[in-house]
Design a binder for this molecule. Sequence first.
Ligand SMILES: C[S@@+](CC[C@H](N)C(=O)[O-])C[C@H]1O[C@@H](n2cnc3c(N)ncnc32)[C@H](O)[C@@H]1O
Length: 211
Amino acid sequence: MEAMEGWQARWREGRTRWDQGREHPELARLLEHARREGELTAAARIFSAGCGRAHNEAYLARCGFEVTAVDLVPEAIDEARKLYGMIPQLHLAVQDVCVLGADELHAYGAVFDRAMLCALEPAHRPQYIEAIRERLSERGLFFSILFRSVRTLQGPPFALDETAAFDLMAADFDLAWAGAAADPGEGNVSEEWLCIWRKKQRKDGNERKDP
Ligand SMILES: C[S@@+](CC[C@H](N)C(=O)[O-])C[C@H]1O[C@@H](n2cnc3c(N)ncnc32)[C@H](O)[C@@H]1O
């Protein structure tokens, strides 16, 4: 994964152009589909890595979910705490997503992602997906807003279209639902899509059913 220093420098220098200042405009629709096609229940605990200022995670917590949101960079979590530290269902922490906490194995019913998977160099994606898979309970959901195409020659962000997502996910996840997102407008991302994946049970797995 990209070293801590690169992300820390972006936060320290205020280079956070990905930040939308509020929840993503398509998050409410994605959540509706996660409930309907993904059968996401109110009891599900949600994990999100690379949360930045945690606008999306605060929205999910305000919808009634218990949400754990982590970021590698302490400055990001400091800023998230200033904005949303008062929300009781939102648990913010400094953590590298690839380092699994002692109580995190199969602990979550769902994982949300916006601009974390697409922030990673393609070579590092499998490591992230494995970290997600480990955190999810049996048949847990991964729901995400992915970038189908980007305007940058050198990432981050890096595009991840449907074909690349299937190549990455299909061994461990089934696609529960996917749909196009509205035009994101100007900026580094030219096209987005929404997707919901359900974790498959591994033949050797004996994973907890409930989050
Ligand atoms: C492009 S930003 C997206 C922030 C946020 N999700 C949003 O939509 O505004 C990616 C974030 O991932 C964080 N990050 C990068 N590598 C990470 C890792 N290994 N573990 C946890 N967070 C990481 C960065 O510090 C940065 O805040």
